[in-house]
Design a protein. Sequence first.
Length: 279
Amino acid sequence: MFLIEPERGCHRGCTYCVMRRSTNGGMRTVEPARVLALVPADARRVGLVGAAVTDHPGLPEILRSLVDSGREVGISSLRADRLTDEIVGLLKRGGYRTLTTAADGASERMRTAIDRKTKERHLMRAAELCRAHDLRQLKLYMMLGLPGETMDDVDELGRFSLELAAVAPRLAFGIAPFVAKKNTPLDGSPFEAIDSIEAKLARLRARVRGRVTIRPTSPKWAFIEYRLAQGGFSAGLAAAAATRAGGRYSDWRSAFAEVPDPPVVVSPPPRSLMAPLAG
């Protein structure tokens, strides 16, 4: 696949993301004609790469030209609130079989708290478009363990999951434990206890009753990611030691046992977390 950037950066403000507008100055776009001119004539598959490709105002024009020329297409990030009948139709013509987008927060309340603008109506529309264009599956990425999250948020996700599953041909969740990243507003947030995350996953599985495929990232390995993301030079030395020892989970835990825990930033919850649950 030939990869090309039609845009760089992101103008959105999701508080967990290193690409948010406050750290990169916003989003720069490339004119559709320029993008298309740089695609080699013999490239049969073209991937559009960027943090917010579906926010590019010329995306339909780019996709239409690529698909009309007989090429397959791929996009690195589909935002649910930017999906239209035209865009999904072009993606289907360009070889898509699964429509993949992100919810990120388990509930409307959590998505508001992290400044993620995706609403239930956007995700439901994605499910409708998936069925309308005869795609095989809707896949959603999301996080568990965000600061302030409770079992009520997981229950809301379970309720909404069943509503989505009734519309989408098939529904799958890729679930990752929240890992705080440096230089973001949530920098310094703690990693939720592994047993707590596993309990939430078990609760969600029970709520969806097998109607949704749940594909979680290992909470144990996510904890290692957290130690690396929040660590400094000593975390790098621990990574080298763990690798030399064999790279097993036990090797990583032993290596990090010699490294001080990252400092945890304790701050008042966002005002949005004080609001009642939606729905």
